[in-house]
Design a protein around this ligand. Sequence first.
Ligand SMILES: Nc1ncnc2c1ncn2[C@@H]1O[C@H](COP(=O)(O)OP(=O)(O)OP(=O)(O)O)[C@@H](O)[C@H]1O
Ligand SMILES: [Mg+2]
Length: 253
Amino acid sequence: MSSLKVKDLCKTYIINKIQNNVLRNVSFEINEGEMVAIMGPSGSGKSTLLYVVSGMDNLTAGKVDYFGKEMETLTPNEMSDLRLDEMGFIFQQMHMLKNLSIYDNIILPAYQSKRGKDRKEINDRARELMHKLGISEIAENDTNQVSGGQLQRACICRSLINSPKMIFADEPTGALNQQNSREVMKELNRINQEGTTVMLVTHDMKVAAKCGRIMYIEDGVIKGEIALGEFTLENSIKERERKVSNWLIEMGW
Ligand SMILES: Nc1ncnc2c1ncn2[C@@H]1O[C@H](COP(=O)(O)OP(=O)(O)OP(=O)(O)O)[C@@H](O)[C@H]1O
Ligand SMILES: [Mg+2]
């Protein structure tokens, strides 16, 4: 079944009467359980694509279908509930609230949701996620009392607190060193193997090589894609990276 179906998507920004067609008739489909990377040059429209298909920004033309829901037919309230309850977000600039502890940041979306989970349920879920991501010991720390890798893992916990169907991540490893980047990818791969669909934007070939499929976007158009198959065997990574590297050369990266 399809999780995200995008048809003839256009996004135009107008600044000082100058029209910038950032996305031009983009169509693609992501199936349930897939993990898809978006690559492409700076300014090609990757972040814009992620924002528009996840309802964070409005589209200029086209259709976006999210697990059978036509997004353009939703009211702003329905859209914000959908985002809160059924989507998870991870960004490079992490939007954690500075006056709350890591724990409180993680549980916040659960209290914002109208789905009415009780306090114990939320606490259990948060503790379980923090345990899985290895950050139980920093629960009560402020956001400035943790490492970049820990903060990013806390963001992943927060994005998962409401058990989303799909996660949207914009350069989730962009601010991390190699070690932390590997850790975060390990978690995203695991979350994906547990059934959550993932769409992520990355500049890092090693990150993309751990995704099942890569789409290359240039000037607001999908120029090509490569299917790598699900990443399960750690020892296949060198071969996958070689494939991706050759393909990126073909794409003119
Ligand atoms: N809010 C906005 N208003 C006007 N123009 C915008 C806005 N956001 C992005 N743009 C323009 O849209 C184009 C694509 O930007 P986008 O951020 O999607 O690129 P990107 O592929 O994510 O680049 P990068 O790899 O540098 O993050 C750029 O020309 C940018 O200037
Ligand atoms: Mg971007």
